[in-house]
Design a protein around this ligand. Structure first.
Ligand code: UDP
Ligand code: MG
Length: 312
């Protein structure tokens, strides 16, 4: 019998986790697959961990990976991927926003030979208008300037064959933009559509500023275009300045000099200053990441792993 590993990052999900596990339990009673439920407690400061451990007593397929603090969803997912023993893995949110009814359909496509089955959102109804617009801009921009294409409106909810999980586990970088890494490893992919449901309890952990940083992470992880555009910007601006200088020289030779020109000097100084600050800032974004990456710290630290079943 094939074993399916669900990977569930949990950060303060005490209100959702039991409902989630019960729903999954019910589903897997109706389909002929073995279940492994890898839950990652991402430094919750509520009752998430104790609830997970309590559920584990009656459901031996639950594994609990307890991280030493909140490392963020990307790291929690990475931790989960390392514990997969099933034939296929599905990362899924604990807040029941990802419809678990989709799982049998995903498995069917996987059995047909697809190594990755993406779940694509049909709409972004649960997002604010601002989030919808910014998400669209992000995907457009990212896919224009990066070597790999991230499919729009696809989250972490997807089925991956064991070989894909193994490939992901080989990637050494410790700043892990999972959407990008998922796309980067490739494999034979298909997708199914679904409608996101609203969060069951509690609020989203991602605020606008975090989403902005997340987008920056995505772009800097997979593209060096922001580093390179400054060369071209510099060439264009220098070219224009040169033409302007020629114009001034010719004008002075023909008509003599006048004292006007302070505004144009001020404008060009401010403009160049601005451009230089932007380009230095861009360098900083990358150097900061090189710095963090060069420390070679693990992306997460596990306090303890709780398992009941013997794994193969
Ligand atoms: N999550 C996590 N660590 C974090 C933030 C979120 O493990 O630092 C988990 C959270 O418990 C949930 C999933 O990631 O299972 C998605 O989080 P959320 O619902 O807040 O995000 P959204 O649905 O708004 O993308
Ligand atoms: Mg959610």
């Amino acid at each position: 019998m094939k074993k399916i590993s669900l990977i569930v990052p949990c950060y303060n999900e005490e209100q959702n986790i039991e409902l989630f596990i019960n729903a999954v339990d019910k589903l897997f009673k109706t389909i002929p697959y073995k279940l492994e439920l890898i839950t990652i407690n991402d430094g919750s400061n509520d009752e998430t961990l104790s609830k997970l451990l309590k559920m584990q007593e009656t459901h031996s397929y639950i594994k609990v990976v307890d991280l030493s603090r909140n490392f963020g969803k990307e790291s929690a997912l990475s931790a989960g991927l390392f514990h997969v023993t099933g034939d296929a893995a599905i990362p899924i949110d604990a807040d029941l926003q990802h419809p678990i009814e989709l799982i049998p359909q995903m498995i069917e496509l996987w059995l047909k030979g697809y190594e990755v089955v993406l779940a694509k959102r049909t709409s972004r109804k649960t997002d604010t208008a601002f989030q919808r617009v910014t998400a669209q801009i992000f995907y457009k921009l990212h896919n224009k300037i990066s070597d790999i294409e991230i499919p729009a409106d696809v989250g972490d909810f997807r089925l991956m064959d064991r070989s894909v999980v193994n490939a992901l586990n080989e990637l050494k970088e410790n700043r892990r933009f999972m959407k990008g890494l998922f796309a980067w490893v490739g494999f034979k992919t298909t997708s199914i559509l679904y409608e996101v449901s609203p969060r069951l309890h509690g609020t989203s952990k991602f605020k606008t500023w975090q989403l902005w940083n997340f987008a920056l992470e995505g772009i800097t992880s997979f593209s060096t275009a922001p580093l390179k555009i400054w060369t071209y910007a510099g060439v264009v601006i220098a070219g224009i300045s040169l033409l302007y200088a020629l114009y001034i020289i010719i004008k002075t030779l023909l008509f003599g000099s006048d004292l006007a020109g302070y505004p144009s000097i001020l404008v060009s100084i401010l403009f160049m200053g601005g451009i230089q600050l932007i380009s230095i800032g861009t360098l900083g974004e990358y150097i900061g990441r090189i710095y963090m990456e060069s420390k070679n710290r693990p992306p997460y630290i596990i306090r303890k792993t709780y398992t009941k079943e013997k794994t193969n």
